[in-house]
Write a protein that binds this ligand. Sequence first.
Ligand code: NAP
Length: 180
Amino acid sequence: MLKGKIVKISYASPVCTQDGKSVIGKNGDMPWRGKVPSDMKRFVELTVGHSVVMGRKTWDSIPFKFRPLPNRQNIVLTRNPQFTIENSGVIVAHSLEEAVQQAKSETVWIIGGAEIYALALPVTDFLHTTILYEKFEGDAFFPKYNLSDWMNIYFKRFKAGEAGAEKDTINSGYLIFKRK
Ligand SMILES: NC(=O)c1ccc[n+]([C@@H]2O[C@H](COP(=O)([O-])OP(=O)(O)OC[C@H]3O[C@@H](n4cnc5c(N)ncnc54)[C@H](OP(=O)(O)O)[C@@H]3O)[C@@H](O)[C@H]2O)c1
């Protein structure tokens, strides 16, 4: 939906909603961290070689030794004109438009969190969703969207411990939606 760019959102969320809302995080982290390595592996495979756009709080949530995310152009969104990230090659942008303009790749991955998903959803072409078949409470939520605007083009279930999810301890599903 942005000229010359394909915008894709990647997010993970429990299938059970909390007050009708899809949980994506709690206390600045994802409460299922470490329990679904297949999701992390897929996230890397999908995003490597592309630009990834994240909010400043999601940047802060990535452990120091894992950031910037390797082999990807990292772009961090902040409203703070003083915010800088030293010596890392990371782009700091102050609007979604600026972030997308700075992106070197044709495909731009929006990787969270809640505020940035809400900002980008109206211009997103594809949603890559990992659903977790376990209940988690949280304080950060994916923005509500109308499923009738989206066409499901892919679905695969992963059973914890089985092929493709050998190290997982939670059953999950991977869905791709394309905007109609
Ligand atoms: N489940 C998932 O797949 C997933 C993925 C990623 C993150 N998460 C979770 O999401 C949560 C964090 O989400 P969040 O909503 O609190 O934070 P966020 O979206 O990561 O970052 C919010 C920050 O982005 C900046 N920002 C927001 N709107 C902006 C705009 N219009 N222009 C420029 N900058 C803007 C602001 O930074 P400044 O304050 O610096 O101005 C704001 O504080 C965490 O719990 C994290 O673990 C989940």
